[in-house]
Design a protein around this ligand. Structure first.
Ligand SMILES: Cc1cc2nc3c(=O)[nH]c(=O)nc-3n(C[C@H](O)[C@H](O)[C@H](O)COP(=O)(O)OP(=O)(O)OC[C@H]3O[C@@H](n4cnc5c(N)ncnc54)[C@H](O)[C@@H]3O)c2cc1C
Length: 504
């Protein structure tokens, strides 16, 4: 906590969040009346930032495009072009048109997360980075199921568990287990869900049940492989290597450090170009929607009046689009019916579906329901009711006929069913294994107990081209490294323009 406070003071900007404070048991229960009094002796309250990852990626891509990048979605690299030993581009399969074409480049950067091993294999040389997929799941429960004005962070046997405010929901997570099946479709098992419920229920006066869970989602963390068996112990740092002239690979890392990862990868690519380029300035480039956001927030009452919306609706739009809310509201000016809630997903307005396809590059119904909005995880029916109304709104913008609307809806319904099927299959395959994020069973088969903390860094491996050194470091270096990572993390968080700070 002290470190958090110090970081907060040492940043370039004015202090962003208040300092932490100690709460007595009574104080903690006042902040979170849903806690079981016997579950605590007191608490610490601190402040953190949060970001909607899907919105961040969308706005990063749009900002890059505004500065001259040519993003292409739904396109897969199926091979690399080579001239002699040098990589000179990539062969790309456009999954929308089914065409394969070549893209030539002086430097190619491969940043494919958990697919790094597969994409490295396309180069035809032994990959220098090994990436393991660690699955994490989150549960969504309605906000009224936990009475609290603050989020929660709880210690588990080997990690921590968060209960984070998320609109009208609580987000509960996460787990940390190996995933060796289809990387495109990680699935939450019953055990994952039970693990989270069990741990959060340990401190709640009224336990949550399966019926309270309105959404579950799973994701994969790309972790650089070390020698540890447990993914919870693998490094969260990143590496940049250049396995062949003209090719740079970046892997590992976290969202929080994405700018540092990008800078390191680009610096490596620039080294390969020869000559010099100006220093990176992306830490001073505001993302789309950042400029003018505060002024729009101050004007939210007036905007609500002007467009006939409740002020909370305008706040919802501002949190999602920043100052780009002007573009969204302009659509409302053309067709006021777009200001009505979307059937089946009343937290969202119909205009958000139209904006997703007209300005945010959504091409299919699943793009809108799973990534441009979070309807698929924020509603008990996973967006099945909202599917047709959303597809109908998308149709005129994308030139769909009735048959195409039916196909998109059928595809989405099949996807929801397949997800449920995969979760059942994963549960069968679980074979009694508990998530690695928790303690392992002792040899005697008696209660779960924590594993001893590692004394050396399992994966101190950050190096430059031509290869990774993979050296280990001692506890002292580890602390310095941890401090530095925390510093970078704090700094990067402050740079995300629309990170919304809540009391939690
Ligand atoms: C449950 C969970 C909680 C997390 N919490 C946090 C957190 O609190 N803070 C934090 O900082 N980080 C967190 N992370 C980690 C963070 O989400 C990841 O580090 C980050 O998403 C990795 O981004 P990436 O771009 O490296 O990889 P990915 O997001 O996996 O992106 C890789 C991309 O490469 C594409 N691709 C793959 N192969 C090809 C190919 N051949 N051609 C073209 N494209 C290809 C894929 O389609 C994909 O879009 C969390 C992760 C999980 C799962």
């Amino acid at each position: 906590m002290l470190l958090y406070d110090t970081m907060s003071l040492s940043g370039r900007n004015a202090r962003g969040v208040p300092a932490h404070r100690h709460l007595s048991r009574r104080g903690a229960l006042r902040a979170c009346p849903s806690l079981r009094p016997e579950a605590l002796v007191g608490a610490l309250q601190y402040y953190d930032a949060q970001v909607d990852d899907a919105r961040l990626v969308t706005y990063l891509v749009r900002t890059a495009a505004a500065h001259g990048a040519h993003p292409l979605s739904r396109a897969r690299v199926v091979g690399f072009l080579r001239e002699g030993g040098r990589v000179t581009g990539a062969r790309v399969h456009d999954l929308e048109t089914d065409q394969v074409f070549e893209v030539r480049a002086r430097q190619v950067i491969n940043a494919t997360g958990v697919w790094t091993d597969d994409s490295q294999a396309l180069v035809g040389e032994r990959g220098q980075l090994q990436v393991r997929a660690s699955k994490g799941i989150h549960l969504m429960v309605p906000r009224d199921r936990i009475r609290s004005s603050t989020g929660l962070i709880l210690r588990t046997e080997s990690s921590v568990l968060f209960v984070i405010p998320w609109g009208r929901h609580w987000l509960i997570g996460t787990t940390d287990t190996d995933w060796e099946l289809d990387k495109a479709h990680p699935a939450a098992t019953s055990r994952d869900i039970d693990y989270l419920l069990e741990h959060v229920n340990a401190v709640l006066a009224t336990p949550l049940t399966r019926d309270d869970v309105e959404g579950v989602y799973a994701g994969l963390r790309p972790l650089l492989s070390g020698e540890s068996d447990a993914t919870a112990k693998l490094s969260r740092e990143h590496s940049v290597v250049s396995p062949a002239p003209g090719l740079v690979v970046v892997a590992g890392g976290k969202y929080t450090t994405y700018r540092v990862m990008a800078r390191d990868a680009v610096d490596e690519a620039v080294r390969g170009l020869g000559g010099s380029v100006p220093a990176s300035c992306t830490d001073r480039v505001p993302l789309l929607g950042a400029e003018g956001y505060v002024a729009r927030w101050n004007q939210r009452g007036r905007l609500a009046q002007q467009f006939g919306l409740h002020v909370e609706r305008v706040e919802h739009l501002l949190r999602r689009y920043g100052a780009a809310v002007d573009e969204v509201l302009a659509l409302l000016g053309e067709d006021p019916t777009l200001g009505e809630p979307l059937d089946g997903a009343e937290d969202y307005l119909r205009v958000e579906v139209v904006y997703a396809v007209s300005a945010e590059g959504a091409l299919h119904l699943e793009d809108v329901l799973t990534r441009r909005t979070h309807i698929s995880i924020e509603s008990f029916d996973r967006g099945l009711v909202a599917a047709r109304p959303a597809a109908t709104l998308m149709a005129p913008v994308l030139g769909w006929d009735g048959e195409r609307v039916d196909r998109e809806v059928a595809h989405y319904v099949a996807r929801v069913r397949a997800e449920a099927g995969r979760a059942r299959a994963a549960r069968r395959r679980d074979g009694g294994r508990r998530p690695a994020g928790r303690a392992r069973r002792g040899a005697s088969g008696s209660p779960w107990r924590p594993e001893p903390a590692p004394t050396v860094c399992p994966a101190h491996r950050r190096s430059r081209s031509p290869g990774v050194t993979g050296a280990h470091c001692g506890p002292a270096q580890c602390s310095v490294r941890a401090l530095r990572t925390l510093l970078l993390w704090m700094r990067e968080k402050r740079l995300q323009p629309r990170a919304c700070v809540e009391r939690w």
